[in-house]
Write a protein that binds this ligand. Sequence first.
Ligand code: VG1
Ligand code: CO
Length: 543
Amino acid sequence: MSIKTIATTPFTDQKPGTSGLRKKVTVFQSAHYLENFVQAIFDTISAPAGSTLVLGGDGRYYNREAIQIILKMATANGFGKVLVGQGGILSTPAASAVIRKYSTYGGIILSASHNPGGPDGDFGIKYNTANGGPAPEKITEAIYARSKTLTSYKLIEAPDMALDQPGSFTLGEMQVEVIDPVADYAELMESLFDFAAIRALLGGGFRLCFGAMHAVTGPYAREILERRLGAPNGSVINGVPLPDFGGGHPDPNLTYAHELVEIMYGAEAPDFGAASDGDGDRNMILGRKFFVNPSDSLAIIAANAALAPGYAAGLAGVARSMPTSAAADRVAAKLGIPCYETPTGWKFFGNLMDAGKVTLCGEESFGTGSSHVREKDGLWAVLFWLNILAKRGLPVEEIVYRHWAEYGRNVYSRHDYEGLPSDAANALMAHLKAQFEALPGQRFGSYQVKFCDDFSYTDPIDGSLSTGQGLRIGFEDGSRIVFRLSGTGTEGATLRIYLEAFEPDPAKHGEDAQQALAELILIANELSELKLRTGREQPTVIT
Ligand code: VG1
Ligand code: CO
């Protein structure tokens, strides 16, 4: 099998966003598009000859084809071995676990996460480094720079490989090892949580429902929740991964995970509900007729961490993305550990975890995780909650209310406006920024502006600076509004408005978040001239 060098012309739009490069499937299918980006990765990382790579994806449409192409390119580029998930499948956290366990040079994850899939849906590709985490900005920027100058890529001509059975094969000089995508991950979970206690809980009449949304977590959830922990068969719904996620939007929130939400808010609702996204790194936690806000979930996990064997020794620190509520900060303060505030996206947590500064990390966007891997981890969060529930013997809702009673409640909501014209969204952000000098000191109803800024972050470990990470308007009483444009969409722009207010009074903790935040919502809409500029009356998704 000879190595071919294929001439190509560079693309100008291969700039990775919040989490890798995401485009329509049709874009990735166009001539040389995937190949160029993969070659840009290989050129940038310059792995020594013979290095090992991990490869897998969330099973979405085009996953199988892309895996075959990348294998042929990996051998032509001198890799010695690729660990590929059976059928081309690896959830994002499982890929991170495999990179770490086998000390590989890095890994390529094929996923557009929570974005819809199918022939007209989205596809994505992401490079993770040897620590198992998403490549930091300096690497993604270098990949982008390389993609703009590339004139050729390398691959071998060979028949497609059979990847549906475990085994070891050769492709050119390279070894391809097809691995069980679940085994290593499940073993890691067993080492962190009290499986015996969870098994006892599930054997004692406690009922759960896990919505896998026809995405990658189905096989993981079945193995761990049903087979290893003894939840009755059928506890995992929509557990068969499908290339188009059954036509759904694999985003575990109250809007898109509606099937699970109907079960959890219906008659005879189970005690615990959870869902995960396309690539298995997000989680939504529900009690019976009760939604746990992801920012609260992070704080509650931090406060109860010692109940899980893997965390009994204590937490080094916690980190949250800037738009995530400060609920975790309050827990950190009480525990006497540091709390870091990073830009949105898991790639900013990696250095803190590698340096041993933090154990738990979280994002308001249904992302929670710890230093057991370097990605957020959906099923891990579900198991953490089950571990807490098993040890405390209280309903989900009661755990949340008791937490608020102890720490106060950071009332929180995110309003997403999806599919806006990019020009309108950019103009809205510019309009907000233009008011920044005049706003401090101004009063709006019961709120007085304390500060405004465009969030920037200096990494405390390597000193790298990231600017333009979201517009913040902070008020004197600690409430705040944050505006950000999404970096994961593939069509137009998505505006995210994050709203947060602190409520110390337990008598008011039962209030609906939208009501409690109503005044802030109005201020946000007015300051941004939202309706005028976008024509929208209502958000697409409210969390
Ligand atoms: C969104 C979330 C962010 C998350 C990212 C990737 O990014 O807000 O918190 O890290 O998705 O998650 P954005 O730029 O659209 O706001 V996933 O599950 O797509 O890997
Ligand atoms: Co995801």
